[in-house]
Design a binder for this molecule. Structure first.
Ligand code: FAD
Length: 438
């Protein structure tokens, strides 16, 4: 059979290479509307800061390397329509303007999203976004060409925060503009307050409860009537999903532009699959709640599931998500697992808030880890958020494994931790949370 893939980065490229690994014979064609495929989006901020020294380290595969595996990659080719009754897509070659049809037996949709733009910044030459390798190249060139010493970052989602950190690594001054009073909105306010202090400690100027109203003569005018120098602006305020081209295709798309899929990644149409930032699935531990997690793990995991299903392997299923996430901001690590806070509010629960040293208190460098856990009345761990200077990844991964295995909050007392003073405590913080849940 022949598989056509729409989008050649995280979800699309992974699905194609997994399918090729399983099946050396089948025909695979990837259409990518932009210049590059298969780059490490997640690594982009760290090349700006220099922690990823070489640009080439961010490129996992190229059309040529896919070609060697007999996967056809067409960049600058946009799929503009899908005909699911006759199984073909309509493609526009963005270089030549040529439009043609390409048939498929299986269609895999991984078109992701594109950065949203504040209206006041549309068409403003100083304004940048960071979503693709091309964006990163433009940002780095602009910094060099213009001798940029200060940047205004708009938005405090993980991209805004990571960009801020990495600009500071290069000693570039940053002013962070955020529209409300709660930085990094998907994490609890009391933890975001720690981030706020950390940003200030690292010389970042914060403009909270404000937005850019207009940009003129190198200055950004804020809604607070302030005027700040803005020789360069980088904004990260979320995504618009690239699912408009499916409007008349018969593939179900929700009001929010999401595509619901089943445990094999199938849409409402049997031979059409969807994955990545556009997919809507459910939570593993709360299956009645729909999940859309715009992160790399869900895309990779679903790519594997879809490749198996196309190959006729039906035992591999997508179980649902926990939304496990983490970010570093200077010396802090912050992350969460489980439902969003708005979903937790709709379920009866109690809250455990635990603070203790992340390792033995008498060790040099010991400091607090704070864990806030939301527990359903039956002990289900609905959500946990945490912040610390060390060990957040370990706790989150432990919780991910624990919840997946059906573990409840009170069972955390039985997690036998690896203890010696540089690492934890004989009664670790996760154990303590368990005791508090009983
Ligand atoms: P994408 O990787 O965005 O790929 C979609 C591709 O489809 C695009 O290249 C697009 O041009 C193409 N396309 C769209 N429409 C069409 C069309 N009609 N025809 C042809 N091609 C089309 N996640 C984490 O888990 N951890 C992180 O630390 C992390 N950091 C990130 C940092 C940055 C700067 C960014 C941008 C993302 C980060 N992510 C991170 C998120 C993660 O990269 C995404 O969740 C993931 O890339 C989603 O994969 P996708 O295939 O859905 O979309």
């Amino acid at each position: 059979g022949k598989t056509v893939v729409v989008g050649g980065v995280a979800g699309g490229a992974t699905a194609a290479s997994q399918l090729r690994r399983l099946n050396p014979e089948c025909e695979i064609v990837i259409f990518e509307k932009d210049r590059d495929i298969s780059f490490a989006n997640c690594g982009l901020p760290y090349h700006i800061g220099g922690e990823v020294a070489k640009r080439s380290q961010l490129i996992a595969a190229t059309p040529e390397s896919f070609g060697k595996k007999d996967v056809t990659v067409r960049t600058y080719h946009e799929v503009i329509e899908v005909n699911t009754s006759e199984n073909f897509v309509t493609v526009k070659n963005l270089k030549s303007g040529e439009i043609f049809e390409e048939s498929y037996d299986h269609l895999v949709l991984s078109p992701g999203g594109r950065p949203r733009i504040v209206p006041a910044l549309a068409g403003v030459p100083e304004n940048h976004v960071l979503h693709t390798l091309e964006d990163m190249d433009k940002i780095m060139k602009y910094i060099d060409d213009e001798g940029i010493q200060e940047v205004v970052v708009v938005g405090s989602g993980f991209i805004g925060m990571e960009v801020t950190e990495n600009l500071r690594m290069r000693d570039i001054d940053v002013t962070l503009v955020h529209r409300n009073g709660h930085l990094y909105g998907h994490i609890e306010e009391e933890m975001a307050a720690v981030l706020q202090q950390t940003l200030e400690d690292h010389g970042v100027t914060l403009k909270m409860n404000s937005e850019i109203d207009r940009v003129a003569d190198g200055y950004a005018h804020l809604t607070t009537n302030e005027k700040i120098p803005a020789p360069m602006i980088i904004q990260g305020i979320g995504l618009t999903l690239n699912t408009e081209f499916l409007r008349d295709s018969g593939v179900d798309v929700t009001d929010r532009g999401l595509i619901p899929v089943n445990e094999y990644g199938q849409t409402n149409i049997e031979n059409v699959y969807a994955l990545g930032d556009i997919m809507e699935t459910n939570y593993l531990h709360a299956p009645e709640i729909r999940a859309n997690i715009k992160l790399a793990w869900p895309a990779h995991r679903m790519a594997y599931t879809i490749a198996n299903h196309i190959h006729g392997e039906y035992d591999v299923k997508f179980e649902g998500l926990l939304g496990t996430n983490i970010m570093r901001l200077f010396e802090y690590e912050i992350g969460a697992i489980g439902l969003e806070r708005k979903d937790v509010r709709g379920i009866e629960h109690f809250v455990i808030d635990n603070q203790q040293n992340f390792k033995a208190g008498y060790m040099e460098g010991a400091s607090k880890i704070r864990i806030k856990m939301y527990v359903g009345n039956d002990g289900t761990i609905l959500r946990a958020a945490m912040i610390s200077k060390s060990g957040v990844d370990k706790r989150l991964d432990t919780l991910a494994a624990h919840i997946r295995a059906g573990g409840k909050a009170q069972d955390l007392i039985n997690i036998e931790v690896a203890y010696s003073p540089p690492f934890s405590s004989p009664k670790s913080d996760l154990n303590m949370v368990g005791y508090k849940a009983i």
